[in-house]
Unconditional design. Structure first.
Length: 202
């Protein structure tokens, strides 16, 4: 059987790996799940009891690349995954929350700052491993500037710092964050190709 390749949809990966991943039971009736191919050929996790389909959709995150006087604000993570690594302020959206609203909320919670959204910086897919589950996530990053408040760290970060584009820290958590910072540095350097953002995906 061919090996699953990076970037393939989870349904394809499940079909090729022959497993149901970390999910074994139906969230509706608690009966066992099985892999079953739908009319379009996708392998779906389907309940043996009630027929409910558990779709493995990407979870949406929103964050803000906050820039002031040519420097970007990063926060150091206080908890796993990537504890102690630098991060772009942001996080998972609440149910029904708009991305811009979620980005501003997360920034306020993590940094104490109110921000003005200047525009969309980029959207990047990534993985987020927590509690034994390797989640698919879709990260929406906005370019922003401070608009109020006072810088202080929230409960889920240990410190915050402003960094020049040429002096970013080496340990930057998650590939999506590094891609967003590369886009920002590309804007700073203009047509010149910016150097790769340092760091290793934890």
């Amino acid at each position: 059987m061919a090996a699953a390749q990076p970037g393939q949809p989870e349904a394809v990966r499940l079909r090729m790996s022959g497993t149901t991943g970390p999910f074994r039971f139906c969230p509706r009736c608690a009966a066992p799940l099985r892999r079953r191919r739908d009319a379009d050929g996708h392998a779906r996790l389907t309940c043996r009891g009630c027929g409910h389909i558990l779709y493995l959709n990407s979870k949406t995150c929103a964050g803000a690349v906050i820039v002031e006087a040519g420097r970007v604000l990063l926060v150091r993570r206080a908890a796993a995954p990537a504890r102690g690594w630098w991060d772009i302020p942001g996080g998972f959206l609440e149910a029904g929350e708009l991305p811009e609203v979620g980005a501003r909320r997360e920034v306020l919670e993590e940094t104490g700052l109110e921000v003005r959204i200047l525009g969309l910086l980029g959207i990047f897919a990534d993985r987020y491993r927590f509690a034994g589950i390797n989640e698919h996530v879709l990260n929406i990053f906005y370019l922003a500037e401070p608009a109020g408040g006072k810088l202080r760290v929230g409960s889920d970060v240990t410190s915050a710092g402003w960094f020049q584009p040429s002096e970013l820290p080496r340990r930057i958590a998650f590939a999506a964050n590094r891609k967003a910072l590369e886009v920002w540095r590309g804007l700073v350097y203009g047509a010149a190709s910016p150097p790769a953002v340092p760091g290793v995906v934890p």
